[in-house]
Design a protein around this ligand. Structure first.
Ligand code: GAP
Length: 479
């Protein structure tokens, strides 16, 4: 079954995963709020990433840097001069488009028409244009040569292509002038680079070592119509791994494998993940690859693994005037470390998990919508449901709920028909439901229902926590 993005958006709102930000005022484009289930899912992803990166490695430490940084940081990183999108306006509809995305759309249409050679030609021109000295001019030329029309008006009446910087600005202090401009960070990575010496010295780390961070980033995305895939305010989970120059390829290969294994470990189907090699490397990188997932909008990047050479630390050395070198006590050498970066969007991972878990099935002639999350990711792990709200069943159910709450996020629900309650829990992605019924009062057994198979087994009520724990440890991920 191929999932539609609209089904994901509708379920996310209906069940309280994700809401449009400021909805009662008509919303604010490309910003979203997480509801009760969304916030739990997001926390589980963050915790899994932190455990994997920081706790699993004795040479990786965390930081939590400020969102507002000295403006020169962004000059040094290259974001002030080069962090921009090429935009073009349809003069008739007044709609604005990313020039590169217009061309990509054109390439897709050529492929659909079976014109593969022509599509490859345009693709090569696009890659060259994006890496040209003046990308705007080259992209404009492609649009002209290919006579690409506006997707909304069908017109061929374009402005020139202009570069538009994606960084949000604000001001520090009481006077809003050019001197007081600061940026909302467009990536968390720079907060790691500028703290290179602080973390290394205080945590007494020796190269190779890593610094990890989870935090908000902001980009004034122009074309942002894909739910939480592309947002203006989002979270990143980034790790910079500092190595001796020459050792970067080994580290790069190692991190590629480790990162893909993490994606499998949080339950994403292997068949839905693949590597996407970069057509052409950024000028400072000597290797780069993306982990791509097959979203309803096609194969798209979720995470990037980049070997960034000594570019960032060298630039900070140049702009700050502070040495960014490391003294290697083993070789008695002094060098600026090379960096391998792993950078993943938290919100994009949440979207990937919801899309990957989403199923519509037919059960007894009715549609069942279910989120088949890995139990370690599921927002609610267990639900306790007394069959009826009387005869002592709620009391027994509350006892079981108390036992479970010590260990698992647990939901209690005593209202409505049991079938409907199961369906609600299926939509929330809850892997286990425990039902207290008339027989419980006679022989102390309850039913344990598994979300995916919908199988129900009777177990002693004293064994509920153990039975859930067993099932989680023996969980088999879908392929
Ligand atoms: N420090 C490197 C860096 O920021 P990036 O490819 O621009 O690299 C890394 O971003 C990840 O952040 C992406 O793979 C994606 O998952 C996420 N990301 C980037 N822009 C985003 C946006 N506008 N909305 C949601 N996630 C985004």
């Amino acid at each position: 079954m191929s999932v539609q993005l609209d089904s994901i958006i509708s379920l996310s709102k209906r069940r309280g995963f994700i809401f449009q930000s400021s909805e009662i005022y008509g919303g604010l484009g490309a910003t979203y709020d997480y509801g009760p289930l969304g916030v739990e899912l997001k926390r589980n992803v963050k915790e899994s990433w932190w455990r994997e990166m920081v706790y699993r490695h004795d040479n990786i430490e965390g930081v939590d840097a400020a969102i507002l940084m000295h403006p020169t940081v962004w000059k040094a990183s290259g974001h002030v001069d080069a962090f921009s999108d090429p935009l073009i306006d349809d003069k008739q509809s007044k709609n604005r488009y990313r020039a590169d995305q217009l061309i990509e759309g054109h390439i897709d249409r050529l492929k659909k028409k079976g014109k593969d050679d022509k599509a490859e030609d345009v693709h090569q021109r696009l890659v060259a244009a994006l890496h040209a000295d003046e990308p705007a001019k080259e992209l404009y030329q492609i649009i002209m040569d290919e006579e690409i029309r506006s997707p909304d008006s069908g017109a061929f009446d374009w402005t020139e292509v202009r570069q538009f910087n994606l960084m949000f600005t604000t001001h520090v202090g009481p006077v809003a002038d050019q001197e007081s401009v600061v940026y909302l960070r467009p990536e968390t990575a720079q907060g790691i680079f500028v703290n290179f010496h602080n973390v290394r010295e205080t945590a007494r780390l020796q190269v190779p070592f890593g610094i990890a961070q989870i935090g908000k980033a902001f980009r004034n995305e122009i074309v942002a119509r894909q739910f939480i895939f592309r947002m203006r305010e989002f979270e990143q989970m980034e790790m910079q791994y500092f190595v001796k120059p020459g050792d970067q390829m080994e580290a790069y290969e190692e991190w590629r494998e480790k990162r893909l294994a993490w994606h499998h470990g949080i339950g994403v189907r292997k068949s839905k993940l693949r590597w996407k090699e970069h057509d052409k490397l950024a000028h400072y990188a000597d290797a780069a690859v993306d982990v791509a997932y097959e979203f309803p909008i096609g194969w798209q990047e979720v995470e990037g693994i980049h070997s960034r050479t000594d570019y960032d630390l060298s630039r900070h050395q140049e702009y700050s005037g502070k040495k960014m070198e490391y003294f290697d006590p083993q070789s008695n050498e002094r060098f600026i470390p090379y960096v391998v970066e792993t950078s993943i969007g938290l919100d994009r991972t949440v979207l990937m998990l919801i899309c990957d878990a989403y199923r519509e099935e037919e059960v007894n002639g009715e549609k069942r919508t279910v989120l088949k999350f890995h139990p370690g990711m599921a927002p609610i792990t267990t639900a306790v449901l007394p069959l009826v709200k009387k005869d002592g069943m709620p009391e027994v159910a509350h006892q079981i709920e108390d036992d479970l709450r010590g260990r698992y996020n647990t939901f209690y629900d005593e209202k409505g028909a049991i079938g409907r309650r199961y369906r609600r829990m299926d939509e929330a992605g809850t892997p286990f439901c425990i039902t207290v019924d008339g027989q419980t009062l006679e022989d102390d057994t309850v039913t344990l229902r598994e979300r995916d198979s919908m199988e129900q087994v009777r177990i002693d009520k004293s064994r509920v926590v153990e039975a859930v724990t067993d099932r989680i440890s023996n969980w088999e991920a879908a392929e």
